[in-house]
Design a protein around this ligand. Structure first.
Ligand SMILES: Cc1ncc(COP(=O)(O)O)c(C=O)c1O
Length: 443
């Protein structure tokens, strides 16, 4: 049973091994040419739709139905937990299959061909998040990026790091080990559920700064509350005092139209298997050019001393390059739709959900209603209702997957819902119907 006190890797109610075996797909037996053709036809259909349906992102309709059809959900699964693991669209799965197939059929290509493709992926990822290719390292996940920052900075005993009160273990423990090993000091800054304004959020951190503060380590996408932290404003304040900022954006890539130059952040870690549609096992780690000289690589083989490129943070020797190529395909897939359009769609679905939820007696939103301070994750609680009851009810009744988050002790316990672009308003209404039904059972 999943526990709110945390690890995102625990089992969830309603899942079985049977589901996993049934999901093995026929695409894996197709030839490389056939898989390439399939991908070309997916992109052709999206391109022709783009021409036909220039419309508001809010309503459902042909456009989003066709996009939904590019995913492969099994048995009517309604996946509203991208915050843990999201689905791969068909082209990404096809690319993964064709690339993994190389190792089975012609392993020479694994070392003679695949590495030559990596720079193309790096460029595509960099353009996607508005960074320079020299600032992008392709790592394994957010946790790895956060560890690289905590391990790679020269901090001395007594130097301070500010963390928010709602960080994920992947963003907290790298600092805890550093605290134990080197005597740095961690200060936890409380943040609201939700904060009422950008000023409130930034002000809390500003107040906690001391002459020994060296870095602020904070989530861009807060997993407990769905807050989108105002990183741009936080960086302005921190940089004016010579303090670095690392953002844990685990959920951000593929959900928000990310722009590293605009955020102005020093380090940024994100997990593209949640909202971007990449496979698990590949992550993106951004290190601003000016910050690279301050950050030592942690894992290394030759290449760690390369000057002027974030490539030095990914010298991992032989890797599963198939995952990296699939990451490139995931970027490609979203580019065909348009990342701005995706962010608007995601936020519009979340906005509808929030508005309708407010009509349920006892409902309390843990997520801001301000679209600047929120994205596709919405967390809430209903007075007198056990969050897990809602999660189990909607899974059994509608095949909707959501989850509990937070902790009772800290007053953050609730339900978390994600609204990715493939979700439609009928499904949002079904979810609300389920929430209402559980709420109505209250004594
Ligand atoms: C905010 C946040 N940070 C970090 C992580 C860890 O991500 P990963 O397992 O990809 O390293 C998660 C996972 O859900 C998360 O929600």
């Amino acid at each position: 049973m999943f526990s709110s006190s945390y690890s995102d890797n625990h089992s969830f109610p309603g899942f079985s091994r049977r589901d996993f075996v049934k999901t093995m797909l026929a695409g894996s037996t197709l030839s490389v040419t056939a898989l390439n053709k399939l991908n070309a036809s997916v992109y052709q259909s999206i391109t022709s739709l783009n021409g036909k349906y220039i419309q508001d992102e809010a309503p459902d309709g042909r456009y989003w139905e066709v996009i939904r059809d590019k995913f492969m959900f099994q048995d009517g699964l309604i996946m509203m937990n991208n915050g843990t693991v999201g689905p791969m669209p068909k082209p990404v799965f096809n690319t993964l299959m064709k690339t993994f197939k190389m190792q089975a059929t012609h392993p020479v290509d694994v070392y003679a061909y695949l590495p030559s493709q990596i720079e193309g992926v790096r460029r595509a990822v960099a353009a996607f998040i508005n960074a320079s290719p020299d600032e992008v390292a392709i790592v394994r996940n957010t946790t790895e990026g956060m560890n690289f920052v905590a391990n790679g900075l020269d901090l001395k005993e007594g130097d301070e790091v500010l963390l928010s009160s709602m960080e994920h273990p992947g963003g907290t423990h790298p600092w805890k080990i550093k605290e134990k090993r080197y005597g740095i000091k961690i200060t936890e800054v409380p943040i609201g559920l939700p904060p009422q304004s950008v000023e409130e959020f930034v002000g809390q951190f500003e107040e906690a700064i001391t002459p020994r503060t060296k870095i602020i380590s904070v989530s861009h996408t807060v997993y407990i509350s769905g807050l989108i932290s105002p990183i741009k404003e936080l960086c302005k304040m921190a940089h004016s005092q010579g303090i670095l900022v690392v953002a844990d954006g685990a959920h951000a890539v593929g959900m928000l139209n990310l722009n590293m130059k605009e955020l102005g952040v020093d380090f940024y870690a994100t997990s593209p298997y949640k909202w971007l549609g990449a496979p698990c096992g590949v992550g993106v780690f951004f290190v601003r050019k000016e910050a690279q000289e301050k950050l030592w690589p942690t894992i290394c083989t030759s290449g760690w001393d390369a000057e002027g490129s974030a490539k030095k943070y990914e010298t991992l020797s032989q890797r599963a390059d198939a995952l990296i190529l699939a990451l490139g395909e995931a970027v490609n897939f979203q580019n065909y739709i348009g990342k701005d359009r995706i962010e608007k769609r995601v936020k519009s679905l979340a906005g509808t959900f929030k508005q309708k939820l407010a009509a349920i007696p006892g409902a309390r939103l843990h997520t801001s209603e301000d679209p600047y301070l929120s994205g596709g994750l919405t967390a809430f609680s209903i007075e007198g209702v056990e969050p897990l009851d809602i999660v189990e009810y909607v899974r059994q009744k509608y095949n909707i997957v959501i989850r509990t988050v937070g902790s009772k002790a800290k007053g953050t316990y609730g339900v978390r819902v994600s609204t990715h672009m493939y979700i439609n308003h009928r499904e949002v209404d079904l979810l609300l119907e389920g929430i209402e039904a559980v709420a109505a059972r209250r004594g």
